[in-house]
Design a protein around this ligand. Structure first.
Ligand code: HEC
Ligand code: HEC
Length: 375
């Protein structure tokens, strides 16, 4: 071999080896965490001021571990998807796609809802099929379309093999033992800590700081002519607030306070029946979602069918279908016919302006909830 060729092949070998080393190194991505842990004391305030001083059983080390797990792609079968892939902080932990991308180019069946202030929510997922965060958090991990990690032993083995978890588990639980219960507990602590209540509407409620005149007009529509408050009331705008509905079937078909679910007449006939999988009387009935940060969380509804708030409002104004389980709020008391709100263009845009006052900008920028793997 001529010297030049030898040199050339040596160079090639060097390049090859270092490439391989690189690809090996890049397989392990390390989270970057603050030297002293963030404080995960809940950010109570605004319309959640009544909670000040309440402790949710969150430890800083537990939530820190939960944060790393939430953003770690090794929790998916092929290392491509984390919780944070479908729940993006910049848009209130929702997804901008109608249906989210899971593993193997699969799409989720529904629109990924935003995440905030879920600490005491006992009606989770669009059809309320999970009743506590602790029950919920491993479901996306196991879901064959979302993260595909059906075998919990394999999940535990993968987490054990990642070098940075030893210390995180020790700090959170006093030993480095990895169990699926600990994984669920840490993620629950993190998701519970995701609280934001510093929006314009919070400041109005707590310190009387006024809204803009247009948003104030919209607030009047929301709590008046629009009847939105019948379902979107309470500190997170997802509560029927003790609204009395004598005919509401979920309460055993008898008299009672309505639960925080409704059929809003999106379709005459539903392809996704929502809570209808549990009971025929609940076909088309879905969870009433929180409206916090709603200006950022498009697209809207369980299937992401509406791209803008204007489209949502047009639905409520004049698009409601007479579905079999349509909520009584949308029916005329005497004729049973579907109600048309008859909002003027001005009322509609003021309503949009009001919905914008439910955004808490700090929540989207809170480092405690950000992706530790982001370079
Ligand atoms: C591939 C996308 C995807 C991934 C990954 C994902 N989610 Fe979701 N998430 C969704 C979708 C879609 C729904 C709604 C499903 C339904 O209602 O049937 C949802 C619902 C939720 C809800 C319910 C919110 C509510 O108001 O009811 C929570 C909480 C949640 N996800 C947390 C997580 C956590 C924690 C992880 C990681 C372990 C995760 N998600 C991973 C797409 C995803
Ligand atoms: C009878 C109860 C009820 C009333 C009244 C009501 N909503 Fe809703 N709202 C719901 C339910 C249930 C959903 C989810 C429906 C679905 O996805 O199938 C929803 C969804 C929404 C969404 C989409 C949120 C998201 O994250 O996708 C917005 C925005 C909204 N409503 C605003 C309003 C406004 C504005 C009004 C008044 C004009 C109003 N709602 C009146 C029950 C109600």
């Amino acid at each position: 071999m001529k010297p030049f060729q030898t040199l050339l092949s040596l160079c090639l070998l060097f390049v090859l080896v270092s490439c391989q080393e690189d690809s090996f190194k890049t397989k392990i991505e390390y989270p970057v965490l603050p030297e002293t842990s963030y404080s995960y004391k809940p950010n109570w305030g605004g319309m959640h001021s009544h909670m000040v001083g309440q402790d949710l059983g969150i430890t800083d080390a537990g939530a820190t571990l939960g944060r790393v797990l939430f953003y770690d792609k090794i929790l998916s079968i092929d290392n491509t998807v984390s919780c944070g892939s479908c729940h993006l902080q910049s848009i209130g932990f929702a997804d901008q796609a109608r249906l989210s991308d899971g593993i193997d180019n699969q799409k989720t069946d529904r629109n990924a809802p935003p995440i905030s202030n879920l600490y005491d929510d006992n009606l989770l997922f669009w059809d309320g099929r999970a009743t506590s965060l602790n029950d919920l958090v491993l479901q996306p991990v196991r879901n064959h379309k979302e993260m595909g990690m059906e075998n919990m032993e394999f999940l535990v083995a993968k987490i054990k093999a990642a070098p940075y978890y030893d210390e995180l588990f020790s700090k959170a639980y006093g030993s480095n033992e990895v169990t699926s219960d600990r994984v669920a507990d840490a993620m629950t602590q993190f998701v519970k800590s995701m609280i934001g209540c510093d929006s314009e509407m919070d400041r109005l409620q707590v310190s009387g700081q006024p809204l803009s005149p247009q948003a104030e007009a919209g607030r009047n529509v929301f709590f008046g002519k629009g009847s939105c408050y019948n379902c979107h009331s309470g500190p997170d705008f997802n509560d029927r607030g003790g609204f009395f509905d004598p005919f509401f079937p979920p309460n055993g078909g008898g008299f009672g306070w309505a639960q925080d679910i409704a059929d809003i007449g999106l379709d005459k006939e539903y392809t996704d029946v929502g809570m209808g999988v549990f009971d025929q009387e609940l076909v088309g009935v879905f969870k009433i979602p929180s409206l916090r940060n709603v200006a950022l969380t498009a697209p809207y509804m369980h299937d992401g069918r509406f791209a803008t708030l204007e489209e949502v409002i047009n639905h409520y104004d004049s698009g409601i279908n007479k579905s079999p389980n349509l909520d009584d709020v949308f029916k005329s008391w005497d004729t049973g016919e579907t109600i048309r709100l008859g909002l003027s263009e001005e009322e509609k845009s003021s309503l949009v302006a009001f919905l914008h006052t439910l955004t808490d900008e700090n929540y989207m920028n809170d480092l405690r909830f950000s992706d530790p793997f982001k370079k």
